[in-house]
Design a protein around this ligand. Structure first.
Ligand code: CA
Length: 591
């Protein structure tokens, strides 16, 4: 047995409270190396009595990566305290006891030694990871407000171009606004989505509004607060939740605070609001960008002088940002914040943020924009989830980019899920494209069948999926600014077949929410040679199965249950299904 591969860590994604009375425990072993793992557990204060620990309860092998197998168990404790260790039996016959003191060659007498064990000292309900229930049934729709719909030409900024008259350049304005969103809420209801994720809507100079000037004002190009209140109310009436984008890492250089720093230098009362190395702060040459980036006298977002980085360790800045965070909940009843560049803001601030917003609205959803491993933000006291690019990139790399094999994709997806507690995975935010990436249909080279297969595969995974505006009607767009084209509203220019398909997929996700959110994940076929995958999700007696064929050869599949959604599938008289290239079939399966 490879003992060095054994890994467990208390109070982490390897050992966490799932409900107030149950704990989930994971153990990692080398792939294929271990035959059986059992949990040994007991209450530490019963040691003075006879045999204080309960005998070996087998753990279940769940997900594997290309290096490791993972074993899991859900357990409880009458007195809400637990000490536990692992009895591990290797394929080679080795038996070990793995505990807080390391790995021992197994001897029955070790089990008596209480201080060898891992501990969950007490089941602290307040520390348990709580996630908002509603997110589990939510299908999101991302709106880039400048490009969704122009509902009011009165507020169009100077130089606004006719809607969709050209492909977007960086500085273009097309007049999209909040009235345009209100006008199309019924379209979104018909589509079936029940959450809108808005890119920033606060006062800023650019068309993307990530360079905030005033966090307490709606950008006049988009409307005003009264209109925004109406939008939230009308959305809520239709069962649609609202998520806004909070840019707290940095501010726009036109903000009064930064302008004051430019004017008053070290004497500015905002001098400590930013990370400034020397004054003056506007002493750079924008005609020589590479040199400017190296010589800026202050920290920015990604070397952008227009976006000076905020010092969130300063209590005044904290108070200011927390006031913004709570203001839009108190006054407008928003349901979620998406936190821009969340990984570059300190943990102290995010913990305060979590406390304040959830005190106002218990089931508020907090989503961080983080593109890499995010365990330290997902301990239950900061975010609920992150934008799950690291997970969905695996899907794109197999289905679309053909860069990795099915088994590598599965390994990557499993690895990502194993980084987090189940509560995070149940509400994570899955996207294939956004305002920051090329559109899914574009990266599929316009191959609609491939795009549909990829979307369907993503919709069957744990987490709440998001549709980027226009995907449902087959819109194209390369990396930004091209992915920010004007929404197409003329029906004769929309792909209505794609629209019907998207509706069907959204309905499936909502109808099978329980299975997709909680279902055990089983990879039944992962065939690198044939480029085929079959996956099932099971909760109790309910089971969904899905088969995907990414080879050019058609394959046959028998014993298929009630078909829920499919593509490139034919059925012969004897009930055998033929699945062609980019074909898939999702069906209700017998357990
Ligand atoms: Ca407008």
């Amino acid at each position: 047995m490879n003992k060095s591969a054994l890994y467990h860590r208390p109070e982490s994604e390897y050992a966490f409270l799932y409900t107030k009375d149950t704990m989930r425990i994971r153990l990692r072993t080398e792939i294929g190396d271990v035959k059986k793992v059992s949990l040994i557990k007991g209450d530490p204060y019963l040691i003075t009595f006879d045999k204080w620990y309960l005998d070996k309860t087998p753990m279940k092998k769940t997900l594997s990566t290309d290096l490791h197998d993972y074993w899991e168990i859900e357990t409880d404790s009458k007195f809400h305290r637990l000490q536990y260790g692992f009895y591990v039996e290797g394929q080679d016959g080795t038996e070990v006891f793995y505990s807080d003191q390391g790995v021992f060659d197994y001897k029955e007498e070790f089990l008596e030694v209480a201080n060898y064990y891992f501990r969950m000292p007490y089941f602290q309900e307040i520390d348990r990871f709580h996630s908002p229930e509603w997110v589990k049934d939510t299908v999101w729709y991302q709106i880039f407000p400048e490009r969704f719909a122009n509902g009011d030409q009165q507020n169009d900024p100077k130089g606004t171009l006719p809607w969709g008259s050209k492909l977007p350049d960086r500085e273009d304005f097309f007049g999209g606004d909040l009235q345009g969103v209100i006008d199309h809420l019924d379209y979104l209801v018909d589509l079936g989505i029940n959450g809108i994720y808005f890119c920033p809507i606060f006062k800023a100079t650019s068309n993307h509004k990530y360079d905030t000037i005033d966090y307490f004002e709606i950008d006049p190009d988009f409307g005003d607060k009264k209109l925004f209140k109406q939008l939230v109310d009308e959305a809520h009436r239709r069962g649609i939740r609202i998520m806004l984008d909070a840019v707290f890492n940095h501010m726009g250089d036109y903000s009064p605070q930064w302008q004051d720093v430019i004017k008053n230098g070290p004497q500015s009362k905002y001098a400590d609001w930013f990370h400034i190395h020397s004054f003056p702060v506007d002493d750079y040459d924008m005609t020589d960008i590479p040199e400017t980036a190296r010589n800026l006298s202050f920290d920015t977002f990604a070397f952008t002088p227009h976006m000076p980085k905020l010092n969130t360790a300063n209590p005044e800045v904290q108070a200011y940002l927390l006031d913004i965070a709570t203001y839009w909940i108190r006054e407008f009843d928003i349901d979620a914040w998406r936190l821009d560049v969340a990984n570059e803001v300190d943990h102290h601030f995010w913990k305060k943020f979590r406390t304040e917003v959830t005190a106002l609205k218990e089931d508020f959803y907090i989503l961080g924009e983080i593109w890499h491993s995010s365990q330290s933000w997902l301990q239950g006291d900061e975010f609920h989830a992150v934008m799950n690019y690291a997970f969905t990139d695996n899907i794109k790399d197999f289905f679309v980019n053909k860069k990795i094999s099915p088994s590598k994709m599965v390994s990557g997806m499993n690895s990502q899920q194993l980084l987090y507690r189940d509560q995070t995975n149940e509400v994570t935010f899955n996207i294939l494209d956004s305002h920051d990436t090329a559109r899914i249909l574009t990266i599929c080279d316009g191959n609609k069948e491939l795009a549909k297969a990829t979307l369907t595969f993503m919709f069957l995974q744990k987490g709440s999926p998001c549709i980027y505006y226009g995907t449902e009607i087959g819109m194209l767009g390369d990396n930004d600014p091209d992915c920010r084209r004007c929404m197409i509203w003329e029906e004769d220019k929309q792909d209505l077949e794609m629209l019907d398909f998207t509706k069907e997929l959204i309905k499936l996700r909502k109808d099978y929410s329980e299975v997709i959110t909680y279902g055990d994940l089983e990879w039944q076929i992962v065939d690198d040679e044939k480029q085929q995958l079959m996956v099932s999700r099971t909760v109790g007696e309910k089971r969904l199965s899905a088969f995907f064929n990414e080879s050019t050869q058609s394959v046959s599949l028998d014993s298929v249950g009630e078909v829920l959604i499919s593509q490139n599938v034919t059925e012969d008289n004897s009930g055998i299904h033929q699945i062609g290239e980019h074909g898939f079939i999702v069906f209700k399966a017998e357990k």
